[in-house]
Design a protein around this ligand. Structure first.
Ligand SMILES: NC(=O)c1ccc[n+]([C@@H]2O[C@H](COP(=O)([O-])OP(=O)(O)OC[C@H]3O[C@@H](n4cnc5c(N)ncnc54)[C@H](O)[C@@H]3O)[C@@H](O)[C@H]2O)c1
Length: 440
């Protein structure tokens, strides 16, 4: 199709391209909103009917997104949400934001991307631009997605276009969100890269074009591996310094005053979220295929996965010092989300800690205003149906220990300090020594 590229280019430049977003989660929904707010008609696809129905009513299901943004674009008809994938021939651009988890054996679970690529293949038409945003191993777009889409008689770079552009969303970040985080773009071919760049330049303040899709895929993994390794390093230092009677938080406060050559990472009870505990292993898997080992990634995984047990050991010693055991003790966990001020509890270390406490016979409760109930997940199918308990002087004083796992801003930490018998602080909330606080 000789005119596929110029026709699409014209539509993009005039804001006339219909943008499809597949997967309306933490990444897909903000992206759909940004396109709709900048004047593109957006068709959002999701297999979760509850989500598409909520959106269609103008409601939002992600706590850190202002629900007015959703109701406004729905009312203006700029965003339409659907679970009808037969409409995939309608959009001029299709952006894929589906999950990329690990299997129980810690290998990449490509089933969501494969299923989505096959759904697109069924409706693929000349002139469409497909962009993968889901984090994945280098080569996915060029090898896996392109191969599936070319099972039609359409040719990539001539009839349809294909690029990778990683999402760099940091949920809850007040300064940086989808529209002002520079967007890395790599096309499978030049025409695809050109079109993807034109599209994102319409809605995002800065674009960074890289050589190809596999480079863009590697950029995203490199960013997350960097975080994972540095989190592990600071967690390891925390344990070492503690033995030397040095407070890691004092060290970090002082080290961060260096104006160059140091970047602060904070220790914690482990790692969580859909990215840092998972994405690095996409590279490990691909590296094994090339006969290579990823030692830093494996070591960081080992150190970070050990942290919940370190925190539990601290609790056990502290209870012991009070003449108590974990068994039968009342323990309240503060914060289930994997980081502060958001409702994303995927891969949260809080769950590993709660599961272990329950197994040891503790009487566990929790408080998290962002996560009102614990629901069973693939990793924890037998999760108890606990509900967030109110946080007040009475509930706090009633506990043998309170564990601060996530430091949401709105928690009344002074109240906890005043009434708790014992506090296990994994987030450096209490900087000054207090008789009832154990740093972990
Ligand atoms: N959450 C983040 O902060 C973040 C940041 C950067 C990159 N990413 C990456 O973005 C991708 C999406 O992550 P997320 O956090 O938005 O996940 P999510 O679970 O919040 O959203 C994924 C959405 O896709 C839907 N879905 C699943 N299978 C589908 C299918 N076959 N067709 C249509 N919809 C389908 C789900 O119902 C869900 O609404 C992942 O690859 C992730 O690694 C996430």
């Amino acid at each position: 199709m000789k005119y596929a590229k110029p026709n699409l280019l014209k539509k993009i430049r005039k804001n006339n391209a219909l943008v499809g977003v597949i997967g309306l989660g933490y990444v897909g929904l903000p992206l759909a909103l940004v396109f709709a707010e900048k004047g593109f008609n957006v068709l959002g696809f999701d297999i979760d009917v509850k989500k598409t129905e909520k959106l269609s009513r103008g409601e939002c299901y992600i706590s850190h997104i202002n629900s007015k943004r959703v109701s406004r674009v729905i009312k203006q008809n700029m965003l339409v949400a659907t679970d009808d994938f037969s409409r995939l021939n309608e959009p001029d651009v299709i952006i894929i934001c589906v999950p990329t988890p690990l299997t129980l054996q810690r290998d990449p679970d490509m089933s969501y991307i494969i299923q989505t690529a096959k759904q697109i293949r069924e409706k693929l038409r000349a002139g469409q631009l497909i962009i993968l945003e889901s984090t994945t191993y280098p080569g996915t777009t060029e090898e896996l997605v392109k191969e599936i889409l070319e099972e039609t008689d359409l040719v990539c770079g001539r009839d349809f276009f294909l690029a990778f552009s990683p999402e760099r969303e940091d949920p809850g970040n007040k300064k940086y969100s989808t529209s002002n985080i520079p967007k890395v773009i790599g096309g499978v071919d030049k025409a695809s890269g050109d079109l993807a760049q034109e599209l994102y330049e319409k809605v995002i303040s800065k674009t960074i074009r890289v050589a190809n899709a596999r480079t863009a895929e590697a950029v995203k993994l490199t960013e997350n591996i960097f975080r994972s390794v540095n989190i592990a390093l600071v967690n390891e230092l925390k344990v070492i310094y503690e033995r030397m009677n040095i407070d890691i938080w004092d060290v970090l406060d002082a080290a961060s005053t260096k104006p160059f050559g140091f970047m602060r990472f904070n220790p914690g009870p482990g790692w969580g979220g859909h990215c840092i505990p998972l994405d690095p292993f996409y590279l490990s898997w691909k590296a094994r295929e090339c006969g290579m080992e990823t030692k830093f990634i494996e070591l960081a995984g080992e150190v970070n996965r050990r942290m919940p047990q370190y925190v539990l050991d601290k609790l056990q010693y502290a209870l012991n010092a009070h003449g108590k055991s974990v068994k039968k003790s009342k323990i309240m966990v503060i914060g289930l989300a994997y980081k502060k001020d958001i409702n994303d509890d995927r891969e949260s270390p809080a769950y590993k800690i709660i599961a272990s406490l329950i197994e040891s016979g503790a009487n566990v409760s929790y408080h998290d205003q962002f996560v009102p109930t614990i629901r069973p997940t693939r990793q924890w199918p037998k999760a108890p149906p606990l509900k967030s308990e109110p946080l007040n002087a009475k509930t706090i004083a009633n506990q043998d220990a309170v564990m601060i796992i996530t430091d949401h801003t709105s928690i009344n930490y002074k109240l906890i300090a005043k009434h708790a018998k014992l506090i296990i602080d994994t987030r450096g909330v209490y900087r000054q020594p207090l008789r009832n606080v154990i740093k972990a």
